[in-house]
Design a protein around this ligand. Structure first.
Ligand code: GAP
Length: 440
Protein backbone atom coordinates (compact mmCIF):
# COMPACT_ATOMS: atom_id res chain seq x y z
CA UNK A 1 0.00 0.00 0.00
CA UNK A 2 1.34 3.40 -0.96
CA UNK A 3 0.05 5.68 1.80
CA UNK A 4 0.53 9.28 0.68
CA UNK A 5 -0.53 12.54 2.29
CA UNK A 6 -2.41 13.41 -0.93
CA UNK A 7 -4.62 10.32 -0.53
CA UNK A 8 -5.38 11.26 3.08
CA UNK A 9 -6.17 14.88 2.11
CA UNK A 10 -8.51 13.67 -0.60
CA UNK A 11 -10.35 11.25 1.72
CA UNK A 12 -10.67 13.99 4.35
CA UNK A 13 -12.41 16.28 1.86
CA UNK A 14 -14.55 13.53 0.31
CA UNK A 15 -15.87 12.28 3.64
CA UNK A 16 -16.20 15.60 5.46
CA UNK A 17 -13.26 15.42 7.87
CA UNK A 18 -11.23 18.48 6.84
CA UNK A 19 -11.62 21.26 4.26
CA UNK A 20 -9.29 23.98 3.07
CA UNK A 21 -10.38 27.28 4.64
CA UNK A 22 -12.33 29.73 2.44
CA UNK A 23 -12.64 27.15 -0.32
CA UNK A 24 -15.06 29.14 -2.54
CA UNK A 25 -12.55 32.03 -2.55
CA UNK A 26 -9.76 29.77 -3.73
CA UNK A 27 -8.60 28.85 -0.22
CA UNK A 28 -6.71 30.65 2.52
CA UNK A 29 -3.20 29.37 3.03
CA UNK A 30 -2.38 27.24 6.05
CA UNK A 31 -5.77 27.37 7.72
CA UNK A 32 -8.19 24.42 7.72
CA UNK A 33 -11.82 23.91 8.66
CA UNK A 34 -13.05 20.75 10.34
CA UNK A 35 -16.15 19.21 8.81
CA UNK A 36 -18.82 17.10 10.53
CA UNK A 37 -16.58 14.03 10.93
CA UNK A 38 -13.44 16.05 11.63
CA UNK A 39 -14.94 17.91 14.56
CA UNK A 40 -16.28 14.65 16.08
CA UNK A 41 -12.85 13.05 15.79
CA UNK A 42 -11.11 16.15 17.13
CA UNK A 43 -13.50 16.26 20.10
CA UNK A 44 -12.98 12.56 20.81
CA UNK A 45 -9.20 13.03 20.88
CA UNK A 46 -9.22 16.17 23.00
CA UNK A 47 -11.67 14.59 25.47
CA UNK A 48 -9.34 11.60 25.92
CA UNK A 49 -6.45 13.97 26.62
CA UNK A 50 -8.55 16.09 29.01
CA UNK A 51 -9.73 13.01 30.89
CA UNK A 52 -6.21 11.58 31.08
CA UNK A 53 -4.90 14.85 32.53
CA UNK A 54 -7.65 16.22 34.76
CA UNK A 55 -9.57 13.08 35.75
CA UNK A 56 -6.95 10.37 36.23
CA UNK A 57 -4.59 12.82 37.96
CA UNK A 58 -6.13 14.27 41.12
CA UNK A 59 -3.44 16.95 41.23
CA UNK A 60 -4.08 18.38 37.74
CA UNK A 61 -6.81 20.95 37.16
CA UNK A 62 -8.07 22.72 34.04
CA UNK A 63 -8.00 26.31 32.84
CA UNK A 64 -9.28 28.27 29.86
CA UNK A 65 -7.40 31.55 29.51
CA UNK A 66 -7.81 34.26 26.86
CA UNK A 67 -6.19 34.25 23.44
CA UNK A 68 -5.46 37.98 23.88
CA UNK A 69 -3.41 38.85 26.92
CA UNK A 70 -1.37 41.75 28.28
CA UNK A 71 1.35 42.44 25.65
CA UNK A 72 4.02 42.55 28.35
CA UNK A 73 3.50 38.80 28.82
CA UNK A 74 5.12 38.21 25.44
CA UNK A 75 8.08 40.42 26.29
CA UNK A 76 8.56 38.53 29.54
CA UNK A 77 8.20 35.12 27.89
CA UNK A 78 10.89 36.00 25.35
CA UNK A 79 8.55 35.68 22.37
CA UNK A 80 8.90 39.33 21.30
CA UNK A 81 12.68 39.04 21.25
CA UNK A 82 13.36 35.43 20.41
CA UNK A 83 10.39 33.73 18.74
CA UNK A 84 11.89 34.04 15.29
CA UNK A 85 12.46 31.84 12.28
CA UNK A 86 15.33 32.51 9.85
CA UNK A 87 13.95 33.46 6.44
CA UNK A 88 15.62 33.45 3.02
CA UNK A 89 14.21 34.62 -0.33
CA UNK A 90 15.11 33.76 -3.89
CA UNK A 91 15.56 37.11 -5.70
CA UNK A 92 14.91 35.38 -9.02
CA UNK A 93 11.52 33.71 -8.46
CA UNK A 94 10.51 35.23 -5.06
CA UNK A 95 10.15 31.80 -3.44
CA UNK A 96 10.55 31.96 0.34
CA UNK A 97 12.15 29.35 2.60
CA UNK A 98 13.12 28.75 6.21
CA UNK A 99 16.90 28.85 6.19
CA UNK A 100 17.07 25.78 8.45
CA UNK A 101 15.44 23.73 5.68
CA UNK A 102 18.78 23.90 3.85
CA UNK A 103 20.92 23.06 6.88
CA UNK A 104 20.50 23.09 10.64
CA UNK A 105 23.80 24.96 10.68
CA UNK A 106 22.51 27.51 8.14
CA UNK A 107 24.69 30.35 9.48
CA UNK A 108 27.79 28.71 8.08
CA UNK A 109 26.30 28.22 4.58
CA UNK A 110 27.57 30.28 1.67
CA UNK A 111 24.22 31.46 0.30
CA UNK A 112 25.73 32.57 -3.03
CA UNK A 113 26.28 28.89 -3.78
CA UNK A 114 22.81 27.68 -2.88
CA UNK A 115 20.45 26.64 -5.66
CA UNK A 116 16.79 27.67 -5.37
CA UNK A 117 14.71 24.45 -5.17
CA UNK A 118 11.87 26.22 -7.00
CA UNK A 119 13.48 27.85 -10.06
CA UNK A 120 16.89 26.19 -9.98
CA UNK A 121 18.85 29.47 -10.07
CA UNK A 122 22.11 29.55 -8.12
CA UNK A 123 23.45 32.67 -6.43
CA UNK A 124 20.17 34.53 -5.99
CA UNK A 125 19.40 33.66 -2.39
CA UNK A 126 19.31 36.43 0.24
CA UNK A 127 21.18 36.09 3.55
CA UNK A 128 18.92 34.76 6.37
CA UNK A 129 16.81 37.41 8.14
CA UNK A 130 15.00 36.85 11.44
CA UNK A 131 11.22 36.87 11.17
CA UNK A 132 8.96 37.04 14.26
CA UNK A 133 6.18 34.46 14.16
CA UNK A 134 3.63 36.26 16.32
CA UNK A 135 0.49 37.75 14.78
CA UNK A 136 -0.10 41.34 15.84
CA UNK A 137 -3.44 43.04 16.26
CA UNK A 138 -4.82 46.20 17.88
CA UNK A 139 -7.17 46.41 20.83
CA UNK A 140 -9.80 49.17 20.68
CA UNK A 141 -10.93 51.32 17.75
CA UNK A 142 -7.68 53.25 17.14
CA UNK A 143 -4.51 51.68 15.78
CA UNK A 144 -1.80 53.53 17.70
CA UNK A 145 1.18 52.75 19.89
CA UNK A 146 0.03 51.24 23.13
CA UNK A 147 -2.96 49.42 21.61
CA UNK A 148 -0.88 46.65 20.08
CA UNK A 149 -1.60 43.08 21.20
CA UNK A 150 -0.61 39.59 20.05
CA UNK A 151 -2.54 36.45 19.28
CA UNK A 152 -0.97 33.91 21.64
CA UNK A 153 1.62 31.66 19.97
CA UNK A 154 1.33 29.10 22.81
CA UNK A 155 -1.28 28.45 25.50
CA UNK A 156 1.39 27.95 28.18
CA UNK A 157 1.76 31.61 29.17
CA UNK A 158 -1.93 31.84 30.10
CA UNK A 159 -1.23 29.10 32.65
CA UNK A 160 1.89 30.74 34.10
CA UNK A 161 0.26 34.10 34.71
CA UNK A 162 -2.72 32.39 36.42
CA UNK A 163 -0.73 29.83 38.39
CA UNK A 164 -0.94 31.55 41.78
CA UNK A 165 -4.68 32.22 41.43
CA UNK A 166 -5.34 28.58 40.54
CA UNK A 167 -3.05 27.30 43.29
CA UNK A 168 -4.71 29.49 45.91
CA UNK A 169 -8.30 28.86 44.81
CA UNK A 170 -7.88 25.09 44.57
CA UNK A 171 -5.41 24.76 47.51
CA UNK A 172 -3.00 22.84 45.28
CA UNK A 173 0.18 21.41 46.79
CA UNK A 174 3.33 20.99 44.76
CA UNK A 175 3.72 18.96 42.60
CA UNK A 176 0.56 19.94 40.74
CA UNK A 177 -0.44 20.61 37.16
CA UNK A 178 -2.67 22.93 35.15
CA UNK A 179 -4.03 21.74 31.80
CA UNK A 180 -5.41 23.81 28.97
CA UNK A 181 -6.73 23.23 25.45
CA UNK A 182 -6.98 26.18 23.12
CA UNK A 183 -6.10 27.95 19.92
CA UNK A 184 -2.62 29.23 19.19
CA UNK A 185 -1.44 31.28 16.21
CA UNK A 186 1.90 31.44 14.44
CA UNK A 187 2.70 33.29 11.25
CA UNK A 188 4.62 30.32 9.86
CA UNK A 189 6.88 31.17 6.91
CA UNK A 190 6.34 27.85 5.26
CA UNK A 191 3.14 26.06 6.08
CA UNK A 192 2.92 22.62 4.56
CA UNK A 193 1.94 18.99 4.92
CA UNK A 194 -1.79 19.60 5.29
CA UNK A 195 -2.74 20.23 8.95
CA UNK A 196 0.77 19.43 10.21
CA UNK A 197 2.01 23.03 10.21
CA UNK A 198 -0.68 25.70 10.04
CA UNK A 199 -1.00 29.33 11.07
CA UNK A 200 -3.97 28.68 13.34
CA UNK A 201 -3.96 25.50 15.41
CA UNK A 202 -4.90 24.05 18.78
CA UNK A 203 -2.58 23.09 21.57
CA UNK A 204 -3.17 20.76 24.51
CA UNK A 205 -0.66 21.81 27.12
CA UNK A 206 -0.11 20.76 30.71
CA UNK A 207 2.27 22.65 32.96
CA UNK A 208 3.46 20.72 35.99
CA UNK A 209 4.80 22.81 38.88
CA UNK A 210 7.53 21.02 40.82
CA UNK A 211 10.12 21.64 43.50
CA UNK A 212 13.56 22.45 42.00
CA UNK A 213 15.75 19.38 42.34
CA UNK A 214 12.84 16.99 41.64
CA UNK A 215 12.54 18.22 38.04
CA UNK A 216 14.79 15.60 36.36
CA UNK A 217 12.96 12.59 37.76
CA UNK A 218 9.50 14.11 37.16
CA UNK A 219 10.51 14.95 33.58
CA UNK A 220 11.34 11.26 33.10
CA UNK A 221 7.93 10.20 34.48
CA UNK A 222 6.05 12.54 32.12
CA UNK A 223 8.11 11.38 29.15
CA UNK A 224 6.97 7.82 29.78
CA UNK A 225 3.36 8.72 30.49
CA UNK A 226 2.99 10.80 27.35
CA UNK A 227 4.45 8.09 25.09
CA UNK A 228 2.08 5.55 26.63
CA UNK A 229 -0.91 7.81 25.86
CA UNK A 230 -0.34 7.33 22.12
CA UNK A 231 -0.27 3.56 22.53
CA UNK A 232 -3.09 3.06 25.06
CA UNK A 233 -5.55 5.79 24.22
CA UNK A 234 -4.97 6.50 20.53
CA UNK A 235 -3.87 2.94 19.68
CA UNK A 236 -1.04 4.14 17.42
CA UNK A 237 1.29 1.43 16.07
CA UNK A 238 4.34 1.43 18.37
CA UNK A 239 6.98 1.11 15.66
CA UNK A 240 5.73 4.36 14.11
CA UNK A 241 6.51 6.33 17.28
CA UNK A 242 9.83 7.40 18.72
CA UNK A 243 11.48 9.88 21.04
CA UNK A 244 14.01 12.46 19.86
CA UNK A 245 16.06 14.60 22.20
CA UNK A 246 16.76 18.25 21.33
CA UNK A 247 20.44 18.93 20.81
CA UNK A 248 22.10 21.99 22.40
CA UNK A 249 21.49 24.09 19.26
CA UNK A 250 17.84 23.08 18.99
CA UNK A 251 16.76 23.89 22.57
CA UNK A 252 14.15 26.67 22.84
CA UNK A 253 15.21 29.76 24.76
CA UNK A 254 13.36 28.57 27.89
CA UNK A 255 14.36 24.89 27.99
CA UNK A 256 16.98 23.01 30.00
CA UNK A 257 16.01 19.65 28.47
CA UNK A 258 13.52 18.82 25.73
CA UNK A 259 12.24 15.68 24.00
CA UNK A 260 9.92 15.35 21.03
CA UNK A 261 7.56 12.47 20.47
CA UNK A 262 7.72 11.84 16.73
CA UNK A 263 5.50 9.87 14.36
CA UNK A 264 6.51 8.45 11.01
CA UNK A 265 4.12 10.34 8.72
CA UNK A 266 4.00 9.62 4.96
CA UNK A 267 6.33 12.67 4.63
CA UNK A 268 8.79 11.37 7.24
CA UNK A 269 9.44 11.39 11.00
CA UNK A 270 8.05 14.59 12.53
CA UNK A 271 7.21 16.02 15.94
CA UNK A 272 3.74 15.66 17.42
CA UNK A 273 4.41 16.57 21.04
CA UNK A 274 7.18 18.13 23.12
CA UNK A 275 8.08 17.46 26.74
CA UNK A 276 10.19 20.29 28.14
CA UNK A 277 11.92 21.15 31.37
CA UNK A 278 11.34 24.93 31.39
CA UNK A 279 12.99 25.37 34.82
CA UNK A 280 11.87 28.58 36.58
CA UNK A 281 12.59 30.60 33.42
CA UNK A 282 8.99 31.69 32.77
CA UNK A 283 7.99 32.41 36.36
CA UNK A 284 11.16 34.36 37.07
CA UNK A 285 10.64 36.45 33.92
CA UNK A 286 7.03 37.17 34.91
CA UNK A 287 8.23 38.20 38.38
CA UNK A 288 10.68 40.57 36.75
CA UNK A 289 8.22 42.10 34.28
CA UNK A 290 5.13 42.25 36.52
CA UNK A 291 6.90 43.15 39.76
CA UNK A 292 4.83 40.46 41.56
CA UNK A 293 6.29 37.80 43.82
CA UNK A 294 5.38 34.43 42.32
CA UNK A 295 6.95 32.25 45.01
CA UNK A 296 5.20 29.16 46.26
CA UNK A 297 4.99 28.69 50.03
CA UNK A 298 5.66 25.13 51.11
CA UNK A 299 3.90 25.14 54.48
CA UNK A 300 5.02 21.79 55.96
CA UNK A 301 8.69 22.65 55.31
CA UNK A 302 8.22 26.36 55.94
CA UNK A 303 10.11 27.33 52.79
CA UNK A 304 9.44 29.53 49.78
CA UNK A 305 10.67 28.84 46.26
CA UNK A 306 9.95 29.54 42.62
CA UNK A 307 8.66 26.27 41.14
CA UNK A 308 10.27 24.60 38.15
CA UNK A 309 7.94 23.66 35.32
CA UNK A 310 7.75 20.43 33.36
CA UNK A 311 5.64 21.02 30.28
CA UNK A 312 3.87 18.52 28.04
CA UNK A 313 2.83 20.32 24.85
CA UNK A 314 0.88 18.59 22.10
CA UNK A 315 -0.74 19.93 18.96
CA UNK A 316 -4.32 18.67 18.73
CA UNK A 317 -4.30 18.98 14.94
CA UNK A 318 -1.05 17.05 14.64
CA UNK A 319 -2.41 14.39 16.95
CA UNK A 320 -5.46 14.15 14.70
CA UNK A 321 -3.25 13.86 11.62
CA UNK A 322 -1.31 11.10 13.40
CA UNK A 323 -4.54 9.22 14.09
CA UNK A 324 -5.73 9.65 10.48
CA UNK A 325 -2.40 8.63 8.96
CA UNK A 326 -2.16 5.60 11.23
CA UNK A 327 -5.73 4.50 10.50
CA UNK A 328 -5.62 4.85 6.69
CA UNK A 329 -5.70 1.37 5.13
CA UNK A 330 -6.15 0.29 1.54
CA UNK A 331 -7.80 -3.13 1.71
CA UNK A 332 -6.59 -4.28 -1.71
CA UNK A 333 -8.23 -7.69 -1.43
CA UNK A 334 -11.67 -6.11 -1.15
CA UNK A 335 -10.93 -3.01 -3.20
CA UNK A 336 -11.87 -0.53 -0.50
CA UNK A 337 -10.30 2.19 1.64
CA UNK A 338 -10.84 1.85 5.38
CA UNK A 339 -10.14 4.27 8.21
CA UNK A 340 -9.24 1.71 10.88
CA UNK A 341 -10.02 4.08 13.76
CA UNK A 342 -10.44 2.57 17.19
CA UNK A 343 -14.21 2.60 17.94
CA UNK A 344 -13.46 4.93 20.86
CA UNK A 345 -12.13 7.52 18.39
CA UNK A 346 -14.49 6.92 15.46
CA UNK A 347 -16.60 10.01 14.69
CA UNK A 348 -19.68 7.83 14.07
CA UNK A 349 -20.07 4.56 15.97
CA UNK A 350 -22.63 2.85 13.71
CA UNK A 351 -24.65 3.21 10.53
CA UNK A 352 -28.21 1.89 10.53
CA UNK A 353 -29.41 0.65 7.13
CA UNK A 354 -32.75 -0.79 6.10
CA UNK A 355 -31.98 -3.42 3.46
CA UNK A 356 -34.71 -2.04 1.20
CA UNK A 357 -36.84 1.11 1.27
CA UNK A 358 -40.12 -0.76 1.72
CA UNK A 359 -41.90 -3.55 3.66
CA UNK A 360 -41.69 -1.58 6.92
CA UNK A 361 -37.88 -1.88 7.09
CA UNK A 362 -37.20 1.91 7.19
CA UNK A 363 -39.67 2.21 10.11
CA UNK A 364 -37.94 -0.62 11.96
CA UNK A 365 -34.55 0.99 11.30
CA UNK A 366 -35.86 4.29 12.69
CA UNK A 367 -36.89 2.47 15.88
CA UNK A 368 -33.31 1.23 16.24
CA UNK A 369 -32.02 4.76 15.68
CA UNK A 370 -34.18 5.91 18.60
CA UNK A 371 -32.73 3.17 20.84
CA UNK A 372 -29.10 3.96 19.96
CA UNK A 373 -29.19 7.77 19.63
CA UNK A 374 -29.12 8.57 23.35
CA UNK A 375 -25.92 6.52 23.69
CA UNK A 376 -23.83 7.08 20.56
CA UNK A 377 -23.35 9.23 17.50
CA UNK A 378 -24.95 7.14 14.75
CA UNK A 379 -26.21 7.77 11.22
CA UNK A 380 -29.08 6.48 9.11
CA UNK A 381 -28.49 5.53 5.47
CA UNK A 382 -30.96 4.05 2.99
CA UNK A 383 -29.34 5.44 -0.18
CA UNK A 384 -27.78 3.06 -2.76
CA UNK A 385 -26.80 -0.60 -2.58
CA UNK A 386 -25.91 -2.03 0.82
CA UNK A 387 -22.32 -2.59 -0.33
CA UNK A 388 -21.91 1.06 -1.33
CA UNK A 389 -23.39 2.19 1.97
CA UNK A 390 -20.89 0.07 3.90
CA UNK A 391 -17.93 1.26 1.84
CA UNK A 392 -18.89 4.91 2.44
CA UNK A 393 -18.82 4.24 6.17
CA UNK A 394 -15.55 2.26 5.92
CA UNK A 395 -13.90 5.44 4.65
CA UNK A 396 -15.50 7.41 7.47
CA UNK A 397 -14.09 4.92 9.98
CA UNK A 398 -17.52 3.79 11.27
CA UNK A 399 -16.85 0.53 13.12
CA UNK A 400 -20.35 -1.01 12.93
CA UNK A 401 -22.96 -1.47 10.21
CA UNK A 402 -26.43 -2.45 11.40
CA UNK A 403 -28.71 -3.85 8.72
CA UNK A 404 -32.41 -4.30 9.16
CA UNK A 405 -33.82 -7.04 6.92
CA UNK A 406 -37.06 -9.01 6.64
CA UNK A 407 -36.04 -11.34 9.46
CA UNK A 408 -35.72 -8.31 11.79
CA UNK A 409 -39.50 -7.78 11.94
CA UNK A 410 -40.01 -11.48 12.74
CA UNK A 411 -37.40 -12.08 15.48
CA UNK A 412 -36.15 -8.60 16.49
CA UNK A 413 -32.60 -9.28 15.31
CA UNK A 414 -30.32 -7.41 12.89
CA UNK A 415 -26.99 -8.10 11.21
CA UNK A 416 -24.04 -6.37 12.80
CA UNK A 417 -21.14 -5.88 10.37
CA UNK A 418 -17.62 -5.30 11.67
CA UNK A 419 -15.74 -2.74 9.57
CA UNK A 420 -12.23 -4.25 9.48
CA UNK A 421 -13.07 -7.94 9.01
CA UNK A 422 -16.45 -7.40 7.25
CA UNK A 423 -17.66 -10.29 9.42
CA UNK A 424 -21.39 -10.22 10.13
CA UNK A 425 -23.18 -11.47 13.27
CA UNK A 426 -26.87 -11.81 13.93
CA UNK A 427 -27.57 -9.77 17.06
CA UNK A 428 -30.72 -9.19 19.06
CA UNK A 429 -31.78 -5.52 18.92
CA UNK A 430 -31.91 -5.27 22.71
CA UNK A 431 -28.21 -6.29 22.88
CA UNK A 432 -26.99 -3.62 20.44
CA UNK A 433 -26.22 -0.91 23.00
CA UNK A 434 -24.13 -3.25 25.14
CA UNK A 435 -22.32 -4.79 22.17
CA UNK A 436 -21.25 -1.38 20.85
CA UNK A 437 -20.46 -0.10 24.33
CA UNK A 438 -18.11 -3.04 25.01
CA UNK A 439 -16.01 -2.07 22.00
CA UNK A 440 -15.62 1.61 22.91
N1 GAP B 1 4.58 25.67 24.85
C1 GAP B 1 5.60 25.03 24.14
C2 GAP B 1 5.40 25.01 22.70
O1 GAP B 1 4.53 25.69 22.18
P1 GAP B 1 6.27 23.94 20.48
O2 GAP B 1 7.20 22.79 20.28
O3 GAP B 1 6.55 25.20 19.78
O4 GAP B 1 6.24 24.17 22.06
C3 GAP B 1 4.21 22.40 20.80
O5 GAP B 1 4.80 23.48 20.12
C4 GAP B 1 3.35 21.59 19.87
O6 GAP B 1 2.41 22.44 19.21
C5 GAP B 1 4.12 20.91 18.74
O7 GAP B 1 4.64 19.67 19.16
C6 GAP B 1 3.05 20.72 17.69
O8 GAP B 1 2.29 19.56 17.94
C7 GAP B 1 2.15 21.94 17.90
N2 GAP B 1 2.47 22.98 16.89
C8 GAP B 1 3.44 23.91 16.96
N3 GAP B 1 3.42 24.70 15.87
C9 GAP B 1 2.41 24.27 15.10
C10 GAP B 1 1.86 24.66 13.84
N4 GAP B 1 2.32 25.71 13.17
N5 GAP B 1 0.82 23.96 13.34
C11 GAP B 1 0.29 22.91 14.01
N6 GAP B 1 0.76 22.50 15.20
C12 GAP B 1 1.80 23.16 15.75
Amino acid sequence: MNKTIEKIVSLCKRRGFIFQSSDIYGGFSAVYDYGPLGIELKNNISQLWWKEMTQTHENIVGLDSGILMHPKIWEASGHVGAFNDPLVDCKQCKARYRADEFSEDFNSLDWTEIKCPNCGTTGKMTEPRQFNLMFKTHVGPVEETGTEAFLRPETAQGIYVNYQLVQGAMRMKIPFGIAQIGKAFRNEIIARNFIFRTREFEQMEMQYFVKPGTDDSIMKEWKEKRFQFYLDQLCIVEKKLRYKEHGENELAHYAKEAWDIEYEFPFGWSEIEGIHNRTDYDLSRHEEFSGKNLNYFDQPNNERFLPYIIETSAGLNRMLLTVLADAYWEDEENNRVVMKLHPRLAPVKAVVCPLVKKDGLPEKAREIMDILKPHFKIVYDQQGSIGKRYYRQDEAGTPFGITVDHQSSEDNTVTLRHRDTQKQDRVSIDKLVNTIQENI
